[in-house]
Design a protein around this ligand. Structure first.
Ligand code: NAG
Ligand code: NAG
Ligand code: NAG
Ligand code: NAG
Ligand code: NAG
Length: 431
């Protein structure tokens, strides 16, 4: 297994066959483009020289050079910004097997290898954006980009999933230690790790609505959430001034029955039965309001990078306790699966709120980015733990009912790609 291969230094290329053939593809494409370019330039030169009555050859060449300078766009990768959101998963042996989840102490239910998941093909995929390349994760480059800083993940368990992936990716190349974690597994709402070589801390703040919430988030035997749309959840908002890079990731809890408050006033609910005289306000408006409130808090003050992760969908095909509810072992093929309507709408809201917050900051102070993972996550039904959220689930035969996790990703797994993109966002120029 490629789990212990040391990570390459910044800029170095992976040398697996598929990576090479992808590289060759880009090289051939570049040569072809260059040839077309040369032919066009010669034709243009010919036109300018022969049909411009007053043009001297010198002028023609100057015009040509100007044209070349102006139009020499960046094909992605270098200084230009790449769109990582569209692309496809390409088979690349061992690409995602960069660490051992047991050694970096990931949540047990996401340690698929340890739990006995027999197929490992889900580790063999590379996200290939349509118009550029996404470099493999580079721990040295990441830590250099956030030297001396506090990187915080705020949101639901997908925020935690991504944070654990980041700690494992960094921790496979640099020393680190756990600074704090709530001792009781069911009560874990706050974690912090330190990477002393670079003075970096990474934290997770569990706040599934970003806003203050009670009810089910406090006690799972309560069937609905109580969310207060006028206040941010206490722990993360109290620490907000200490955060230099913040990744916001929420969405899944908005599906669950919820009663929404504004101060002491009930302003709406979603899917709560038996609550008279209260409108169902759905999930889109509350998702937008809570995100907006969080962005106002983070962007309005300080000088930080705020990254909003778009919705990463689950892949439950059957009942949650049917052992065959998510058993795919390959990503969807292009065209086999489209981003769902609700998921697409949540993604759009995130992009709109980021655009609004970014315009409000006016290029000064904090920078706001979208980590657009909806499409790439939609295509990975194979990357969830499924029944391998349990250790050796079939040790005593195949049970009729068994809970599956078709929401979080195995670690290592597709969520590592979220951090590959996060790194590129952090090191790209501010626009
Ligand atoms: C991962 O690490 C654990 C603990 O060191 C070890 O027991 C296990 O064999 C390792 N797994 C793999 C796949 O290397
Ligand atoms: C959780 O809620 C249930 C049902 O409302 C209640 O009986 C129980 O005491 C609560 N548990 C805690 C720890 O608050
Ligand atoms: C909550 O109430 C305040 C004050 O009346 C109002 O400005 C705000 O828009 C309300 N928020 C929501 C989400 O309705
Ligand atoms: C509302 O909740 C019920 C059961 O709690 C569920 O079957 C239904 O799909 C939910 N409806 C919506 C719109 O979320
Ligand atoms: C924000 O921080 C960046 C990098 O640390 C720095 O280049 C920039 O000048 C700072 N901007 C403000 C407004 O302080």
């Amino acid at each position: 297994m490629g789990a212990y291969e040391p990570l390459r230094h910044h800029g170095a290329k992976l040398s697996s066959p598929t990576r090479t053939s992808v590289g060759a593809f880009f090289l051939i494409r570049a040569i072809l483009l260059l040839l077309i370019y040369v032919v066009l330039c010669l034709a243009l030169l010919y036109l300018l020289l022969c049909f411009s009555p007053r043009g001297s050859p010198d002028n023609a060449v100057t015009t040509l050079l100007q044209y070349i300078t102006i139009s020499s766009g960046d094909g992605g990768g270098g200084g230009g910004r790449c769109d990582y959101s569209e692309g496809r998963w390409v088979a690349t042996a061992g690409h995602a097997g960069r660490y051992n989840g047991t050694e970096c102490d990931v949540r047990g239910s996401e340690d698929c290898v340890r739990n006995g998941r027999p197929d490992t093909g889900y580790l063999d995929w590379l996200w290939q954006p349509t118009s550029c390349q996404l470099p493999a994760f580079d721990a040295a480059a990441f830590l250099a980009a956030v030297r001396g800083k506090h990187v915080a993940f705020v949101g639901d368990s997908m925020a935690r999933n991504q944070a654990e992936s980041l700690v494992c990716l960094l921790g496979s190349a640099f020393p680190y230690h756990l600074v704090y974690r709530d001792p009781k597994p069911r009560k874990r709402k706050f974690w912090r790790w330190a990477f002393p070589t670079h003075g970096v801390t990474v934290s997770v703040y569990w706040a599934p609505f970003l806003a203050t919430a009670a009810g089910r988030p406090e006690n799972y035997s309560i069937q609905h959430n109580l969310v207060y749309l006028d206040t941010l959840a206490e722990r993360w908002s109290a620490d907000a001034d200490t955060m230099d890079v913040v990744v916001l990731s929420q969405g899944h809890w908005f599906w669950i029955p919820t009663i929404y408050h504004n101060g002491s006033e009930v302003i709406g609910m979603h899917n709560v039965t038996g609550l008279k005289h209260t409108d169902d306000i759905g999930l889109f408006s509350p998702y937008r309001w809570t995100l907006r409130m969080a962005l106002e808090r983070l962007v309005g003050s300080g000088n930080r990078t705020v990254v909003v992760a778009t919705f990463s969908p689950s892949h439950f095909k059957k009942a949650w306790d049917d052992p065959t509810t998510c058993t795919r072992t390959r990503p969807y093929e292009e065209g086999e699966k489209e981003v769902g309507g609700i998921e697409g709408e949540l993604r759009s809201i995130a992009m709109e709120e980021v655009a609004t917050a970014s315009a409000r900051s006016g290029g000064r102070g904090s920078r706001v980015e979208v980590l657009d993972v909806t499409k790439l996550a939609t295509m990975r039904p194979d990357g969830h733990p499924g029944v391998y959220m349990h250790r050796d689930p079939f040790a005593r035969g195949v049970p009729e009912r068994l809970q599956s996790d078709c929401l979080h990703f195995c670690l290592p797994g597709p969520v590592d790609t979220f951090n590959e993109i996060l790194l590129q966002l952090l090191i790209s120029r501010k626009q």
